[in-house]
Design a protein around this ligand. Sequence first.
Ligand code: GDP
Length: 266
Amino acid sequence: MREVRVALLEADVALPVVKSFIKKAKAKAVGTEVLKSINPGQMVIKVVHDQLVETLGSESQELNLIAVPPVVYMMVGLQGSGKTTSTAKIAKYLTEKQNKKVMMASLDVRRPAAQEQLRVLGEQTGITTLPIVEGQQPVEIAKRALQSARLQGFDVVMLDTAGRLHVDEQLMVEMQAVHSESAPTETLLVVDSLTGQDAVNVAQQFKERVDVTGIVMTRIDGDGRGGAALSMREITGCPIKLLGTGEKLDELEVFHPDRIANRILG
Ligand code: GDP
């Protein structure tokens, strides 16, 4: 258990999560019968692995597409977390793997190049983006996106909302207004896994203000060993649905708890 504790801490799992995890794993391991084919050490690893998978969420993490079309996905998160990239990645995934007709719309009227960035990503992937109308506010853009998608028979509309460098009141109010206007089926929070505990704090703050239905963890290709995913799930209780594994638009993975468990155990 001492080794497991070190492995978890090295993988950047938050200390309170490590403590409660060790407690649970210990309770499970003690008294467990050792399978004939393996030794007690391997048995402990198996118990720890299974406990990791359970904590990370063993239920289905699939994106919910069951709603009257157009199904709305609202993307939220801080600036720089990988929100716009993830919007395009998910749109591409839904188009290519799920055969859906997807429209993307940028609601970020604050960062000058944001709407243009999504338009360019749309061009690269061949996915429709809502035409930019200068001077429109986020709620108006959301309304226009939904209307346009309805008229043109789109299956999914992805709303890429504005981010900020830090969580602030204005951001939260704007996000809530867009949420009540568009009634999204999925509200996906994008967090940068490399920011570790900060990402968990950010998620908590977003969750308090809007019904986050899933988390997208980006930069899982970086140095972190996936411990942030464990803290994220344990502390926020939100399912992790997707992982961003690189800058390219096909570097998106459906979340598999067992893969992350193996990565954490090293
Ligand atoms: P936004 O401000 O939240 O919309 O962030 P962007 O989507 O513009 O992403 C910020 C930077 O992170 C860009 O350079 C992206 O290419 C990069 N990025 C996004 N997702 C990933 C990822 O999963 N892995 C890596 N390595 N880079 C990513």
